[in-house]
Design a protein around this ligand. Structure first.
Ligand SMILES: [Ca+2]
Ligand SMILES: [Ca+2]
Ligand SMILES: [Ca+2]
Ligand SMILES: [Ca+2]
Length: 340
């Protein structure tokens, strides 16, 4: 570096010169902070930039896995177990096994083959001891098999299927989860009453489905906590003058329908109900002594009669005709969310 010689030394006694007017001259160099001896050469060491000004990669839950690599950023899981390999660790995955049944509604949250889920294209129906399914697009009846039980057993009085496709069944005294593909059932609890109908309806927030048992007198009882607990509470009903013939069903966006006995009316009324089972309108009347199962698709209702006939009913006009015949039906069910 060129040494800086003060002008005052070069031109002693003269007035200061306008040295910067000369394009050949350089402006004076001010000694830098690091030129500790003002000799024009930096002698101090390069300053060190503190490390905390660099972007920090943290470990929010302190499990030793940095956040960008942690499959549960806020839950300590140093092992990073991820059963279904979806990138969400088991400890923070609300569907650990990836079968689309949330853990709290999955009787087997660590087994993606159980309890099995109902098909979108079928309604399910049964006698006291055997499960069937009805292919809606083809209007074809198919046997699934005889109900099998892990603990309690009994005649199945009705079935219901929740929004995730989990099939529930009741006997006169117990409630089960059953595999729709095999009819294998697992006991989940006793009932505080006797029900001839079972259905799922949306909760008051319209988010989760609530399991409802329907008594012969037409009152509804909600069972919350399923499948891990079975806690009953009153949930309305059809009101005076109507008792249950054996079933109701709900499809989101379509409505809730029930088969009832109406005082002073012969045959079975198919009615539409509102929240908590309140009567809305009578759709049609079927000339049978018992309609123990009712289920539906986007625009039609299938009524499963104790005589074995399956009546297909237009959901708007109420017109109906026999579409198939099978066993003496005790109940039916359909997923509460179906494809249009
Ligand atoms: Ca973690
Ligand atoms: Ca996972
Ligand atoms: Ca699951
Ligand atoms: Ca499962």
């Amino acid at each position: 570096m060129r040494r800086w010689i003060p002008i005052a030394v070069l031109i002693a006694g003269c007035a200061p010169l306008e040295v910067f007017d000369d394009p050949n001259k350089q402006p004076p160099v001010v000694p830098s902070d690091r030129d500790t001896d003002a000799a024009g050469v930096d002698t101090a060491p390069e300053p060190v930039i503190p490390e905390d000004t660099a972007p920090e990669i943290g470990d929010s839950d302190g499990d030793g896995i940095l956040d960008p690599d942690d499959n549960c950023v806020d839950v300590r899981n140093p092992g990073q177990q991820d059963f279904d390999g979806d990138g969400e660790g088991d400890l923070c995955d609300d569907d650990i096994d990836g079968d689309f049944i949330p853990n709290e509604r999955d009787l087997f949250p660590n087994d993606n083959t159980l309890p099995g889920v109902a098909s979108q294209d079928h309604v399910y129906a049964h006698g006291p001891s055997d499960l069937w399914r009805f292919d809606v697009p083809r209007r074809a009846l198919q046997a699934v098999g005889s109900f099998r039980f892990d603990q309690r057993s009994g005649s199945i009085t009705d079935i219901a299927i929740d929004q995730y496709g989990v099939l529930y069944a009741v006997s006169f005294s117990d409630v089960f989860v059953c595999n729709p593909d095999t009819a294998q059932c697992w006991w989940i609890g006793g009932l505080g009453g006797s029900y001839n109908g079972l259905t799922f309806v949306p909760d008051d927030a319209g988010i989760e489905d609530v399991l409802v048992g329907i008594s012969t007198n037409g009152t509804w009882t909600a069972y919350t906590g399923v499948p891990n607990s079975v806690t009953p509470s009153s949930w309305g009903g059809y009101g005076s003058g109507r008792s249950s013939s054996g079933d109701a069903f709900h499809i989101r966006g379509t409505g809730t329908f029930a088969a009832v006995n109406t005082a002073g009316v012969s045959g079975i009324d198919i009615i539409e109900v509102g929240t908590h089972g309140a009567f809305v309108r009578t759709l049609t009347n079927l000339n049978y002594s018992g309609v123990f199962g009712i289920a539906g698709a986007a625009n039609v209702i299938f009524a499963f009669t104790s005589a074995g006939a399956i009546e297909e009913i237009d959901m708007v006009t109420g017109e109906h005709h026999v579409v198939a015949t099978g066993t003496s039906w005790w109940g039916a069910g359909v997923k509460t969310i179906v494809l249009p």
